[in-house]
Design a protein around this ligand. Structure first.
Ligand code: FES
Length: 210
């Protein structure tokens, strides 16, 4: 439950200690309709036996109220509840699914079907001040793919990661100058296009397969 907005373990909180404080329990989540967090919980099929889930949901709610876009480290640090069914990976995925873009960031979504696979990506982007004025900075790209039966998940993940890096290169650096109907700069060494390097990216591969 929450006491004045902070998640606590109700089983070890003496009743007298919460007199006059604002209490929120699981019953208040989604009182009228399921919250975004609860919907993500269902989408990721988080509960197994369900024993820990009230506490997990309330802890996740408190985390998102405090940190709208938590990292894996934030989740590990802030959610210390124990799940004997080991649903931690699903909890992480659901929290990230329900997180919102931090202030100053926006999200764009793309969905594409080709070669028998369906891929969806969400890019979280901000405009930051650079040498040449405002420039886009991509904070993270979330990717989901339905490619049918997977033999080697690592190969699929590698394909997605390299595809994202390739796309970022095109989106951030791709530029060709046309003069008089011809490409003007393709033979000039100094105008070689920048490449967004793997080293510039931090891969956070969640590896949820079904
Ligand atoms: S779902 Fe069983 S203890 Fe967490």
């Amino acid at each position: 439950m929450h006491v004045d907005g902070a998640a606590v373990r109700s089983c070890v909180v003496p009743l007298a200690s919460v007199a006059g404080k604002k209490i929120r329990t699981i019953e208040d989540l989604g009182r009228d309709q399921l919250t975004k967090l609860q919907q993500a919980w269902i989408r990721h099929q988080v509960p197994q036996c369900g024993y820990c889930q009230s506490g997990m949901l309330m802890a996740a709610r408190a985390l998102l109220d405090k940190i709208p876009t938590p990292t894996d480290a934030d989740i590990d640090r802030e959610i210390t509840n124990i799940c004997r069914c080991g649903t931690y990976q699903r909890i992480r995925a659901a929290i990230k699914d329900a997180s919102t873009a931090a202030p100053g960031r926006a999200r764009g979504i793309a969905l594409h079907q080709s070669f028998g696979s369906i891929v969806a990506q969400v890019a979280e982007v901000a405009l930051v001040k650079g040498d040449k004025g405002l420039a886009p900075k991509v904070h993270r790209v979330m990717c989901a793919i339905d490619c049918g039966t997977v033999i080697n998940p690592d190969i699929v993940a590698a394909q997605m990661e390299s595809g994202i890096v390739f796309g970022l290169t095109a989106a951030l650096y791709g530029e060709i100058t046309i003069k008089g109907g011809a490409v003007a700069d393709c033979s000039r060494h100094e105008s070689r296009h920048a490449i967004y390097a793997y080293n510039d990216c931090q891969m956070a591969y969640s590896g949820e397969w079904s």
